[in-house]
Design a protein around this ligand. Structure first.
Ligand SMILES: [Zn+2]
Length: 263
């Protein structure tokens, strides 16, 4: 069995369209733009077998129609969102079988950024059996998506679900926001030495024009302030920002998200 490759196609200003492929078949995750995907498929002589969508925003779905003109493939996406090109609506607990890649992905509902946002979780076939997560705009390296439709409570619970996945899970989010997220995270938790190391590593990658993604669940639990709402230093700085003593992790999360919006 050939190993799968998961390749980031840069799109727009800071999006990544993830292509999961072997030597013959490919699946595109959140193809906001068709042209770079078509170029990649052609260059690597790949057949598109399916499209996976995490949420309805146009920078994640905008390439669907053009790709469908060229490839008659199923489009998987959130059942709770109106996306005209989706042929296979999904909800929490469903699985998507991608036989050409020997890959099965489980659906996790992660409302917050949008109200019906879903994530795809699975283990790569072959000897490595790496756990992988495609989480769209929910969990970012050292950050999380903005709350456009969902409540803070929904986003908090969605992030908790993702934090409970195996620590070695590779996290394929869809924006290169890492360095700016780290800038905020360091303001919130200045003594976190893991975060400082994460920043060094991310800077080196960006200096060489390399993606900082995937991240992984273990690193996010050590560095991502939105997964660390029970840490004393974060409780302290967030309370200072709020001008009152906050204790509940959800209250910390809500204030942290507001602070980041204004940062
Ligand atoms: Zn979005």
């Amino acid at each position: 069995m050939t190993t799968l490759r998961i390749y980031p196609i840069p799109a727009f200003r800071d999006n990544y369209i993830w292509i999961i492929h072997n030597t013959a078949s490919a699946v595109a995750v959140d193809p906001g733009d068709a042209l770079p995907v078509l170029n990649y498929l052609q260059t690597n002589k790949l057949q598109l077998d399916a499209i996976l969508i995490t949420h309805h925003h146009n920078d994640h779905t905008g390439g669907n129609r053009t790709l469908l003109e060229r490839f008659d493939v199923p489009v998987y996406g959130p059942g709770q969102e109106a996306i005209p090109t989706v042929t296979h609506p999904l909800q929490d607990g469903d699985t998507v079988s991608l036989p050409s890649l020997s890959l099965t992905l489980a659906i996790i509902d992660v409302p917050g950024h949008t109200s019906g946002h879903i994530a795809y979780f699975g283990s790569l076939p072959g000897a490595e059996k790496k756990n992988v997560l495609f989480c769209g705009d929910t969990l970012f390296a050292c950050g999380c998506g903005r709350l456009f439709e969902g409540t803070p409570q929904q986003m908090y619970q969605s992030l908790q679900k993702l934090a409970d996945l195996p620590e070695d899970t590779l996290v394929y989010c869809t924006h290169e926001y890492t360095l700016s997220n780290i800038g905020f995270a360091r303001t919130v938790e200045p003594s976190n030495s893991d975060l400082q190391q994460f920043e060094q590593h991310a800077k080196q990658l960006r200096d060489h024009n390399q993606p900082t993604i995937p991240t992984n669940i273990a690193a996010e639990k050590m560095c991502n302030p939105f997964l660390r709402c029970n840490q004393p230093e974060i409780i302290k700085t967030v309370s200072q920002y709020a001008g009152k003593k906050l204790n509940e992790p959800l209250d910390i999360f809500i204030t942290l998200r507001e602070w980041k919006n204004n940062f």
